[in-house]
Ligand binder design. Sequence first.
Ligand code: TYM
Length: 336
Amino acid sequence: MTAITPRVFSGAQPTGNMHLGNYLGALRNWARLQESYDCIYCVVDMHAITVAQDPAVLMQQTREAAAAYIAAGVDPEKSLLFVQSHVPAHAELAWIFNCVARIGWLNRMTQFKDKAGKNREKASVGLYVYPTLMAADILAYRATHVPVGQDQKQHLELTRDIAQKFNTDFGRDYFPIVEPIIQGPGARIMSLRDGTSKMSKSDPSDYSRINLTDDAEAIRLKIKKARTDSEPLPETMAALEGRPEAANLVGIYAALADKGGDDILAEYSGQGFAAFKTALADLAVDKLTPVTETMSRLMADPSYLDSVLARGAEAARAIAAPVLDDVHEIVGFLKR
Ligand code: TYM
């Protein structure tokens, strides 16, 4: 059986517009990690159908997600980029992990509770076992590092538990115990309308998020309308405790500028939000316009995107196949 080598895996769902939270919490870090790791980035369409999707829209958004990855700096010449449903190993390994994970573990997943809401009986079974598919995504490549936003932390802990239990149950040190990479002020970007809920694709208010398809005018307008409070900005991030909207805007500024929050406040402390918001809008437009423009250029060439995704899937299948062969042997399936 092959040895474990350092490898990065991550993915995002093609369920709506990619936004600033996805960019700062995930995509931008994915691009940076390509310099030091073998990286595998996946558009997780099988996760998307755990809630109802319009098939035609799903197809469009799957390409759009791939375009966002490339526009954010994922280079298909350096990293593998593909669509989850194109590599059957994900579903196969997920089934085996469904038999390793315990119901009690899944019952504790806060994202399931949030997404299923009050009517849990009506949620799909897929939504419930979503985290076992996520573990399969990562471990089908025996990936060791997973760059994500803060909201995925609990799912990655479950991935670690599944790997550990598999290794213990079968007495083999086969799967690595993955390390989450959750970094900096971009790891948890909140809604522009409510600093206590995260920026999300599913928020009904488009003013809550900056989409990676927004033009400069839309970005400026959304930042101008972003909720704030009436206090001046303080000298430190610690002093923003209890002011979630203000803390979020400073966090976004810091993440975009690649600086610490306190460095930003050193410049704006004692001031209200007017000048700060103008500077933040300028910075956001400056950083996001190249991403937006590349995305729309790529979306105009679907055959290029499809060829990148086909090439990525082929390479991904070649990495996952021997892992699945090993797993079959370990659990006692007859050789196919
Ligand atoms: P998804 O599609 O919700 O989000 C994609 C990535 O963006 C991050 N993110 C955020 N980061 C900071 N602030 C926010 N407001 C924000 N919103 C989203 C997410 O943390 C994520 O990194 N289950 C995953 C997709 C997935 C996956 C995987 C990830 C499937 N298999 C295997 C890693 C490894 C999800 O729904 O992400």
